[in-house]
Ligand binder design. Structure first.
Ligand code: TXA
Ligand code: MG
Length: 354
């Protein structure tokens, strides 16, 4: 059994020393960031980083993010920062933003899965920042969850699945944003979003005047297709229960779907404003707006997965702002299975579609 450190109210100095000594010994520590919890190891210690892959059951070709506390530490990890990259760093670090940069030899191959680039992030979270600063070296950390499962946004959700692999859990309460950081790589001076997050496409466009969203953010990767980020290929955010994306705009059709779902072991997840259209069926409010939706979606998916439904229907949201990040995650949760009318819902009920 690993230790849980309760730092919801304040950081305890003697415990901070202990955490750093675990990291120094090459052990793993779960810590909060403003996006999701991370499972961290000394980013300069390849053997320690290897343990992260074992703990998560993570495919070995999927690289980790190196978390830094300041610009000096960032510069210890990367070389050749161009003007566009510098602007992005100035504007969005610290924050829910990860930049892919050319790596220095200080970063071992275990962090980058053999690539010559490294993902760098400076979290905007007091606890994360304090640990990295005190440790004095970058901390490599993917989201704290078993590979393929929804990312951890509270300790209770992930304690059991990671308990045997880590030395400590630091409980900083529920994470603020709930979805992982925006991942960007600058190609030919254009920022390309590889994974959308709380730093939005609109934010980047306003700053740089140009931005692209990689085609795989909303579309499946075909076999043998090349990707700019290995994470795009892998199964993600998946509960045990089958999930389908419900992309229906008409209120009338929502009501008809609710009628079809009456007395069925099927639940619809969506925004608070849509609850009234699903009076006849099970409905779970994920949030009153997109920010609340992003904060709650992973923990709600974990909870509803325990409730033994036959099917989970997740309502689509607007692609504006953080909506793009929400859609990227829920499309993957649903394995790219999208339906847009009541007849397709009926096919699921009648088991003609699985
Ligand atoms: O908010 C976050 O980013 C959280 C917290 C803990 O910081 N971390 C996180 O890490 O979500 P992870 O490992 O679950 O996702 C990292 C993503 C993966 O999709 C990975 O493929 C991509 O970043 N990535 C890492 N290094 C890369 C590289 N050199 N080139 C392209 N993509 C990279
Ligand atoms: Mg992850």
């Amino acid at each position: 059994m690993s230790k849980v450190y309760d730092w919801k109210v304040n950081i305890k100095d003697n415990e901070l020393e202990e955490i750093c000594s675990f990291l120094e010994k090459g052990e793993l520590v779960v810590f909060p960031t403003e996006t999701v919890y991370g499972i961290g190891a000394d980013a300069f210690n390849g053997q320690a980083c290897k343990k992260i892959f074992e703990a998560k059951g993570r495919p070995s070709d999927n690289p980790l993010i190196a978390h830094v506390s300041d610009l000096d530490m960032l510069k210890e990890c990367v070389k050749n920062i161009n003007e566009v990259e510098e602007k992005l760093i100035d504007a969005f670090m610290p924050g829910p933003f990860t930049l892919i940069l050319e790596k220095k030899t200080s970063i071992p191959k275990e962090v980058t899965a053999g690539l010559d680039t490294v993902a760098i992030r400076m979290p905007d979270n007091k606890i994360a920042n304090m640990i990295i600063k005190k440790f004095g070296k970058p901390i490599a950390a993917p989201s704290a969850n078993k590979s393929g499962k929804p990312s951890g946004t509270k300790i209770e959700d992930i304690k059991d699945e990671l308990d045997s692999s880590v030395s400590a859990f630091i409980d900083g309460g529920d994470t603020e944003i709930g979805l992982e950081s925006t991942v960007v790589r600058v190609i030919d001076n254009v920022p390309v979003i590889l994974r959308p997050g709380a730093v939005t496409k609109e934010d980047i466009l306003k700053l740089i005047g140009t931005v692209k969203v990689d085609n795989h953010v909303l579309n499946n990767v075909e076999d043998n297709e090349k990707v700019l980020s290995p994470g795009m290929k892998h199964k993600h955010y998946s509960p045990k229960t089958k999930c389908v994306l419900l992309d229906v705009k008409s209120v009338e059709e929502k009501k008809q779907i609710s009628e079809l779902l009456k007395d069925k072991k099927i639940i619809v997840l969506g925004l608070e404003k849509n609850k009234e259209y699903y009076e006849k069926s099970n409905f779970e409010i994920i949030g009153k707006d997109l920010d609340e939706f992003s904060k709650n979606i992973f923990t709600k998916l974990r909870k509803i997965d325990e409730e033994e439904y036959d099917l989970i229907l997740i309502e689509s949201v607007d692609l504006k702002g953080i909506g793009l990040a929400i859609m990227n995650r829920i499309i993957r949760t649903c394995g790219y299975d999208i339906i847009n009318n009541k007849n397709q819902v009926r096919m699921y009920i009648e088991n003609k579609r699985k």
